[in-house]
Design a binder for this molecule. Structure first.
Ligand code: AKB
Length: 320
């Protein structure tokens, strides 16, 4: 039986991963942990929720022991754009949460999922059909943490037998909680702005391609990988996954086909411009397909239709 802890459960991924895990493994077997009391209070309405600072290893260990946790989903992270504002904090938080998770996973015999990112790649990486195994010299502190995290997770697997697995998430598009502090956030923000104001100002250059994934596929990738037969995994940390790649201009043009009054312009943020230019245009995710059957369902057109409908409902209900 799975006993699951989701760390950083109040963020963009956690908000939707918790119910996904509850559906698969039962509500009583999933504990949602977050640092902020108001987030824990909100999580507590629909799940078993606790306040936990992942850097406080004693409280973390106590929780694993008392709840007999065997699977950790570590979603604690400061994202790429925010990370550049405070690299020291990004390193301490991202690596501290991971190191504690891996050490405790070793002691309590837990499996660990920690997302990596397209941010693990850098400007020297081949940008078109970026291979699974290639040059990884990122230009951001977020990326440095992600590459270090991949190496550390593989090390804990080979050295201590920790069942650590992960995927390199591209931008995740969703209509649960908003993302915060990422370079790909524009691809979520635009939907709310279209509905609310009919216009959007984008901080990412118009012609920059980046990979994206719709949340249902991101959730599926996470649990599918964690359920995969270990004997079939040649790689572990971390797998390229993607389902679409587009530029801001392409996304906005597609939205305009559905909402003809939509207008947009650009006020490019130099940090986001530099980060997005250093990331892949599109990933090759064939290893994930071969090793554990990754097969995303959502393309760009269906995603746009679904996002517009969901965001419209949220705006009408006064949720945004
Ligand atoms: C970010 O933009 O920082 C994240 C990511 C791609 O990891 N969404």
């Amino acid at each position: 039986m799975k006993r699951i802890l989701v760390l950083g459960a109040g963020g963009q991924i956690g908000t939707e991963l918790v119910p996904h895990l509850q559906n698969l493994y039962g509500s009583d077997n999933v504990i949602a942990a977050d640092l902020k009391p108001e987030v824990v209070e909100k999580l507590g309405r629909t799940s078993r929720a606790v306040m936990l600072n992942a850097l406080d290893i004693e409280s973390y260990a106590k929780l694993l022991k008392n709840e007999r946790i065997d699977s950790i989903y570590n979603l604690v992270a400061l994202l790429s754009a925010t990370g550049e504002k405070n690299p020291q904090l990004a390193w301490n938080l991202n690596m501290g949460a991971l190191l504690n998770s891996l050490n405790l996973a070793k002691d309590f015999n837990c499996a660990v999922f920690t997302p990596s990112s397209i941010g693990a790649f850098g400007e020297n990486t081949p940008h078109y059909k970026t291979p699974q195994d290639t040059v990884m010299r990122p230009n951001t502190i977020y990326g440095v943490c992600k590459v270090s995290g991949e190496l550390l997770s593989d090390y804990y697997h080979t050295r201590f037998g920790v069942d650590a697995r992960s995927v390199r998430f591209p931008g995740i598009i969703s209509n649960g909680a908003l993302p915060g502090g990422g370079t790909t956030d524009y691809a979520v923000e635009v939907f709310y702005e279209v509905i609310k104001h009919g216009r959007y100002t984008c901080e990412v250059p118009k012609d920059t391609y980046m990979d994206m994934l719709y949340m249902p596929d991101a959730l599926e990738a996470t649990t599918q990988l964690m359920e995969a037969d270990p004997a079939k995994l040649v790689h572990r940390n971390s797998f390229n996954v993607t389902s679409m790649s587009f530029t801001p201009e392409q996304l906005f043009t597609e939205i305009k086909k559905r909402i003809p009054s939509f207008t947009w312009d650009y006020n490019v943020d130099p940090v986001k411009a530099q980060i997005s230019a250093s990331w892949p245009d599109c990933l090759d995710d064939s290893c994930a397909r071969e090793e554990w059957g990754w097969n995303p369902k959502w393309g760009m057109d269906q995603m746009i239709d679904d996002m517009l409908a969901a965001c419209k409902k949220k705006v009408e209900n006064g949720e945004y």
